[in-house]
Design a protein around this ligand. Sequence first.
Ligand code: IVH
Length: 623
Amino acid sequence: MRELQALEGAHPELVTPDSPTQRVGGKPREGFVKVAHSSPMLSLDNALNEGELIEFDRRVRELLKDQPYRYTIELKMDGLSMAAHYRDGLFEQAITRGDGQVGEDVTQNARTIRSLPLRTAAQMPRYEVRGEVIMTRRAFEHLNAEQEARDLPRFANPRNAAAGGLRALDMAIAAARKLDYYAYFLFVDGAPAFDSHWESLDTLARLGFKVNSHRAICNGVEELLDQYRKWEAGRDGLPYEIDGLVAKVDSVAQQQALGWTAKAPRWAIALKFPARQEQTVVENVGVQVGRTGALTPVAFLKPVLVGGVTVSRATLHNEDEIARLGLQIGDTVLIERSGDVIPKVVRVVAEGAERRPFQMPAECPVCKGHIIRHPGEAKYHCVNTSCPARLKESILHFSARPVMNIDGMGDVLADQLVDRGLVSSIADLYSLTLEQLTSLERMGQKSAEKVLANIANSKANPLPRLIAGLGIAFVGERTAQILADSFPSMDALMSASEDALQRADEVGPKVSKSIRAFFDEERNQELIRRLREAGLQFTYEPKRKDGGALAGKTFVITGTLPTLSREEAKAKIEDAGGKATDSVSKKTDYLVAGEKAGSKLDKAQKLGIAVLSEAQLLELLGG
Ligand code: IVH
């Protein structure tokens, strides 16, 4: 490596993109560019037990009208899917799944994955590989040991750690995660390269990709069931986590005959394993305070390995749940972990010799404020709206990606902002200064500038995101969207009566009451006033048609399209509920570019907006 680095240093013109020196280092990325997939990256339907698997097979047989067929069965590795594009044998671009249509360009980080070949001997001029980015148990345990040594929180599971690594802005973080890539699709022009899926897998392996060797051909459902039972028993012996198996009809012609639903193919199914369970002792019970002030009792457990991941706490939900379980401190319990869901206590297995009951504290464990339990509610709430625990959680919720999307606002920063008294309301985020940020620990000039820019950019988020960010009880992203569609300004929403609110889709008495209570609170009116002053988006143009394929998406068309006139393309977009505008801005979701696209294309690329061809637009429109 040293010798190569020296040679390349002397002859930079000889550095090729597939050189091993290009796998690490590099400058931190500014953000990720969005890229449309060659064909949608769909998810899979699940079979949660043997009955559902038999049902799946019955449907396949029926739809294939008794033609013979066979399945390829693969392990379902618990990571995140990624498409890797190759041109003339060289790795060119990697894209995360994203929303299935459009993902993020993670090429730089993908280069740090040693099992992703940078050069292959493929004959095809262009091809695409799809597969799973994972972290082995070993790499994961190693990472968590390092986190602990540096007094940082542990990662919940290998998948989260892998996702964080692949999307890290700093390549060095991605490299340090020691990610791995297993390929399971080989595509040319967005479609499978061979008629047999098995043949694609063999070809991938021959090209130098890691392809999981635990794969098999199954003739009939009985053989699928055998594999399911075998791997459910054998999964702990694997060096990585699997959460089930994937069965795919092997013939691509038959796959096409079976087709897809909106979400998943009809020719494949995920056979999910039941949740993992283990026994351990409840060493103590504590209380966590969430964003809405809800107090959640948490069991602190004697650490136990559950399917290869150490679990040391589990949620107990509320007092009633503890009573239902009959749980006391010192008891031995059965706990369960499924996917990335927080582990939960299933039941008490044995009472502890010196067991003692848990007592809900009389005051908030964080701010010592009053706590109350509203009639009909299971949880206690801290009533102090400026309780630091609530505030930290509110900042994290407000900044989350699907909400106001303030990159860089994580636990450590939120803690410091609240503890130092720099932020005592979400609105304070918009008056933070560079000096304040750089005065914090682990915050250099560059990162501080970036965070400030991200905060400033978040002002452009549309009203539904802002509504979701306020943290009104029972108002998540979906409800916020519905509210903005019915009340297209903050003022309209703030002054709506409970009756008027309930006229919006899906808003019932509970939600409308909570919204009214939120806006009637003086503190919250002050918050809204300050957010308005800061210049956030307080009005909204509702999407034209509910439920259209392009609902809520904004398009700009530029250049000459191969078949459609601009008017036709615009009409199609609007018919599907999308919006077509003339100029490219941060609010643009897609640029449809034809021949002779000029400055708009440049601008879109600068802003990281997804660029579509006419064919890709038509695909988004449903073919
Ligand atoms: S096929 C249209 N094969 O499971 C088919 N997926 O629940 C899409 N996964 O998003 C996927 N191992 O992240 C396929 N051998 C495998 C897989 C696999 C893991 C993941 C993948 C996918 C999810 C679907």
